[in-house]
Design a protein around this ligand. Structure first.
Ligand code: GAL
Length: 374
């Protein structure tokens, strides 16, 4: 009888553990109010993985707000730029952690033609169009959905872009699913569809500082980029069309180099870019396309993508005027970006991989930000 009770008791316990882990699963994503914009509700989503590491997202600009990961001694810090509140996002730097579209990076003089029709975009980075225009996808409230029955915490954001908004043809539907795995991987799965031919280039514009944001610059971080060539730019940061070998240049990160090691060299492209602000032509042969490692904390970020390019941007336009989450001030070169993408100005560069999106086939793409220590 006693045995029976014990058995029943342990069955009950198992059932309760089962129930509570289901319960935990649901609570892997919590939602709180973050204000409203354009008559739409904006929320802050907190995703917690089974290591207790936290990523925060918002549906304003489909942005990454925080990534909290341990250093090699287990001390956690937020390593990405963001703002404390929605006002910060609306009035501050437009791109921190945002999903950028419909065309990430620059289009020369804001003009391109598609099937014989000329399109004109706003010149928000004179003389060029930048990051989908002044009210591109980064400045929109996306429709949120906390995904259920997933293995890891996951949130989907959807933006329905009306035909010709910001000058781009097509009723376009853009989706990004963020998944935060137990291995500290932030996966971004993109799907974009259109009802007529258009151009697409989508990225996430997160800035990182692996010391923890607000703690010095990123010149002492070591970068590895598996790219044998990059796309040199003119004085307005538009690719010239050349694919230049990195061999023998300060752009060669095929073996790890400090970001700051060669950034001050008198090399034409470093002068034009004010530092690194260039698209790399990825070799796309190994799993990890790029890695940045901070020797002082042991933290690394690996970037894995199916896109043909990645923009290494070393925060050359940051100037200390932005105060972000937790009162951290973002100084010159205090953050780096690895923006996975198609090459800038592709609509005007026939030799670059095509960026044309048709109603026949959706644009599907994935990028992973994997965090770790060593
Ligand atoms: C980057 C771009 C930089 C700068 C930055 C936003 O993607 O390459 O030139 O515009 O965005 O400040």
């Amino acid at each position: 009888m006693r045995k029976q009770n014990l058995f029943t008791g342990s069955m009950l316990l198992l059932i309760m553990i089962g129930m509570s882990s289901c319960g935990n699963k649901k609570e892997m994503v919590t939602t709180e109010n973050f204000g409203s914009f354009d008559g739409k509700e904006v929320s802050l989503y907190t995703l917690t993985n089974n290591q207790g590491n936290v990523v925060k997202l918002t549906n304003y600009g489909a942005a990454i707000v925080e990534v909290n990961v341990p250093d090699r001694d287990g001390n956690k810090a937020n390593v990405t730029f963001g703002y404390d509140n929605l006002e910060g996002y609306v009035n501050g730097d437009p791109y921190f952690g945002k999903v950028v579209g419909q065309f990430a990076n620059r289009i020369a003089r804001g003009k391109f033609s598609l099937e014989g029709v000329d399109y004109t975009l706003a010149l928000n980075n004179f003389p060029n169009a930048l990051h989908g225009g002044p009210t591109g996808w980064h400045s929109r409230v996306w429709t949120p959905e906390v995904l259920q029955n997933t293995d890891y915490p996951a949130v989907k954001f959807t933006y329905d872009k009306p035909d010709m908004e910001e000058g781009f043809p097509g009723n376009v539907v853009a989706e990004v699913v963020y998944t935060w795995t137990d291995e500290n991987e932030l996966i971004m799965d993109y799907k974009v569809t259109t009802d007529r031919n258009t151009v697409i280039n989508i990225t996430n514009h997160a800035y990182f500082n692996l010391h923890g944001t607000g703690n010095g610059d990123i010149l002492d971080h070591e970068a590895l980029i598996r790219a044998s060539a990059f796309t040199p730019v003119d004085s307005t940061l538009i690719p010239t069309g050349e694919l230049r070998s990195v061999e023998g240049t300060p752009f060669d990160f095929r073996t790890p180099h400090l970001i700051g090691g060669r950034i001050g060299e008198e090399y034409d492209q470093l002068i034009l870019g004010g530092g690194y602000d260039h698209n790399y032509v990825l070799d796309n042969v190994e799993e990890v396309d790029a890695e940045v490692y901070d020797p002082s904390t042991g933290r690394f970020l690996q970037v894995i993508t199916d896109q043909p390019g990645v923009q290494l941007y070393t925060g050359n336009f940051l100037d200390g005027t932005q105060t972000g989450r937790g009162g951290k001030v973002y100084q010159y070169r205090s953050g780096f970006c690895l923006e996975t993408q198609h090459f800038p100005d592709s609509p005007n560069q026939a030799a670059f991989p095509s960026v044309i999106l048709t109603p026949v086939e959706p644009f599907l793409s994935s990028t992973v930000f994997r965090f770790g220590v060593r």
